[in-house]
Design a protein around this ligand. Structure first.
Ligand SMILES: Cc1cc2nc3c(=O)[nH]c(=O)nc-3n(C[C@H](O)[C@H](O)[C@H](O)COP(=O)(O)OP(=O)(O)OC[C@H]3O[C@@H](n4cnc5c(N)ncnc54)[C@H](O)[C@@H]3O)c2cc1C
Length: 602
């Protein structure tokens, strides 16, 4: 088995050169995010991931979480202790507000650290990820009393958080939620109903679990405008904040899943014994709006799962390819001994595609995280508005595209292993099984694609995307003017990609109002097109910066690393950006077949 090592040089390069960590550190509240501090934080995280989380990944897969007759969930050996260490080392509060005990690091730093946790052990990372979303929802919309009662413990990791949206009839469509919330004389509510698929809905890491639950009050209007958000703790709190009576929420079963076996996915019953006590977050009927805060963060977080698991699968396959000897490598001297499979052009192609895809997705993720930081903290309102528009455009792409890429990288990871990849002992199969959920939870790829078109592109008449296109055109010009054949070749592919994306967007904007069906028939391909072009543009920027640093001889990083950045961007341009014109055609012309047959003829 390979050992995971966080790709620190690459992460540093992307944070500093592409996402602008230096600029972020100038913003009020981020003064501590100097490159020295961030470097130290990354190194510590990398150590914890390699030493503690990565070795538990297989244990978690094999043992899984289990539920006993009393409703108690036991996580796999070592996970509880790893969680304790994780919290003691302060990782849970890394980017949380100092007002509640956090360290206030930028989201950019948190994104890089989350990538590390996901690569080492995605099933473990889900718990802090959901807690982070619950903290954000309470912090932004909860009363002062709720914040004081819950946030310090949640930031410290002493209590964890969950997100309770899904019910058997309400998955992608939240309008169908029908859990009930009945107001009580003391201002609290009694919650009734069943929630399914609740990640870390029950576990043995902590004494308390803080469920954020969507439910309807008795007079609420139908649809999403009648849903409210409630805090429902597993144990109610006494006046002094200590743990009180057990609340009426119970885990009735755990799902048997394809992957992430260590993450308990619970069916929760609320109110079987008189009603679970809940506390309203914000105002009644605004629950979906508040939950979107959590979901946006969680969607971004799932995108970083795609990056992390892609990186892990790549490292695993690369290690195997360097060792596995099979056949004489084509082009080697006559009579040469068989070489490692890393010499075979097709294996090299697979490894380079895994590497380039992961680097592109990482760059998109980090740049988006930095935009969220600027949107929160920049002193200029205009900059905040612009960065928020960019980040909102990017979130469905980071979520949808990075996780779809992870399917390809983990698939290729198995392919590099040959037959052994299909055998569980190789470890490659676990990455594929674990990655599979990432395109489904927090909104499927189909939902992300609809969001990208309906909410992001059409709602602002394509303005946010037009700004991105303008900056990508600048990258293309710089590549053409750089006086390098290599960069010009990348630039030519990028140019064709930009044209394809602009063309497809123009077509969507022209047709969505009259016939959304023909547009949404191509929503998935449009999401892929946007991901490929935007990701390719980030790799092209990286290649430009690498060439500049190499030329000036003051390279930020060593020469081999910088050369590899250029080679990776070239690979992405020739193997992935080349798909952009074809995807454009599918978006623009592809509806006929999609819509031809009746539902019962499909
Ligand atoms: C392991 C796991 C963990 C999870 N964790 C949580 C959790 O912590 N909290 C929580 O609340 N939920 C959780 N979920 C639920 C998850 O978010 C949902 O499964 C997901 O949103 C999809 O909903 P669904 O399963 O009902 O599928 P459906 O909504 O029935 O979708 C089925 C198919 O139809 C497509 N589809 C549906 N509507 C549309 C549309 N309007 N346009 C285009 N295509 C559409 C989908 O893309 C999909 O391909 C989890 C699920 C799993 C499996």
């Amino acid at each position: 088995m390979s050992q995971y090592h966080a790709p620190l040089a690459e992460m540093r390069f992307v944070m500093n050169e592409l996402a602008g960590l230096g600029e972020l550190a100038k913003l009020t509240g981020f003064e501590d995010a100097t490159s020295d501090t961030v470097e130290a934080v990354l190194e510590e995280a990398a150590r914890f991931a390699t030493d503690v989380l990565d070795p538990l990944n297989r244990v978690g897969d094999r043992q899984g979480a289990s539920l006993d007759a009393s409703g108690q969930v036991t996580t796999p050996s070592g996970f509880r202790d790893a969680y304790r260490q994780f919290c003691e080392l302060g990782w849970n509060g890394l980017s949380k507000s100092p007002d509640f005990g956090g360290q206030g690091m930028p989201r950019l730093v948190a994104a890089a650290i989350d990538e590390i946790w996901n690569a080492a052990n995605m099933a473990f990372e889900l718990c802090p990820m959901l807690t982070a979303g619950a903290i954000e929802a309470i912090e932004l919309h909860g009363s002062e009393a709720l914040k004081r009662a819950y946030l310090p413990k949640m930031v410290a990791g002493e209590w964890t958080g969950t997100m309770n949206l899904t019910e058997p009839q309400a998955g992608s469509d939240l309008a169908a939620v029908n859990a009930k919330a009945v107001p009580q004389a003391d201002g609290s509510y009694r919650i009734f109903g069943n929630k399914i698929f609740i990640t870390y809905g029950e576990h043995d890491y902590t004494d308390n679990i803080v469920h954020l639950v969507l439910a309807r009050t008795p007079d609420a209007p139908p649809g999403t405008k009648g849903i409210s958000l409630f805090v429902v703790p597993k144990f109610r709190l006494n006046e002094d904040g200590s743990l009180g009576a057990r609340n009426d929420v119970h885990c009735v079963s755990l799902e048997h899943k394809l992957g992430i076996h260590a993450s308990p996915t619970a069916v929760l019953a609320f109110g079987d014994n008189g009603g679970a006590v809940g506390h309203l977050v914000g105002e009644q009927n605004h629950g979906v709006e508040y939950m979107f805060v959590m979901m946006n963060l969680a969607r971004f977080g799932v995108g970083m799962q795609g990056v992390g698991i892609g990186e892990r699968a790549y490292q695993h396959a690369r290690a195997y390819a360097r060792e596995r000897v099979q056949g004489r490598v084509v082009g080697s001297a006559k009579g040469a001994a068989p070489g490692s499979i890393a010499g075979h052009p097709d294996v090299r192609r697979m490894l380079m595609t895994m590497r380039a895809s992961t680097e592109a997705a990482r760059a998109l993720g980090y740049v988006t995280a930095a935009a969220l930081d600027h949107a929160d903290r920049h002193e200029s309102a205009e900059v905040r508005r612009r960065e928020l528009a960019f980040a909102e455009l990017m979130i469905p792409i980071v979520k949808g595209w990075s996780t779809e890429l992870a399917q390809k990288t983990t698939y290729l990871g198995i392919q590099v292993h040959g037959g052994l990849g299909f055998i569980e002992e190789s470890g490659a199969a676990q990455y594929l099984r674990d990655a599979r959920i990432t395109t489904i939870y927090e909104g499927t790829t189909g939902i992300q694609a609809n969001d990208l078109i309906g909410r992001k592109l059409v709602r602002d008449d394509g303005k946010a995307l037009a700004d991105v296109v303008t900056s990508m055109r600048g990258v293309h010009l710089a590549l053409s003017d750089a006086g390098s054949d290599e960069l010009a070749a990348i630039g030519a592919r990028l140019h064709a990609g930009i044209e394809a994306l602009e063309d497809a967007s123009r077509w969507i904007l022209a047709h969505y109002g009259n016939d959304p069906r023909i547009v949404l028939a191509g929503a998935g391909p449009f999401l892929e097109l946007a991901g490929i072009v935007l990701g390719g543009a980030q790799l092209a920027r990286a290649a430009l910066i690498a060439a500049r640093n190499l030329g000036s001889g003051n390279g930020n990083g060593d020469a081999a690393f910088l050369q590899a950045k250029i080679a990776t961007a070239r690979h992405f341009a020739d193997h992935c950006l080349t798909l952009a014109p074809a995807l454009r055609d599918t978006v623009v012309d592809g509806a006929a077949g999609v819509l031809a047959l009746a539902d019962d003829e499909l």
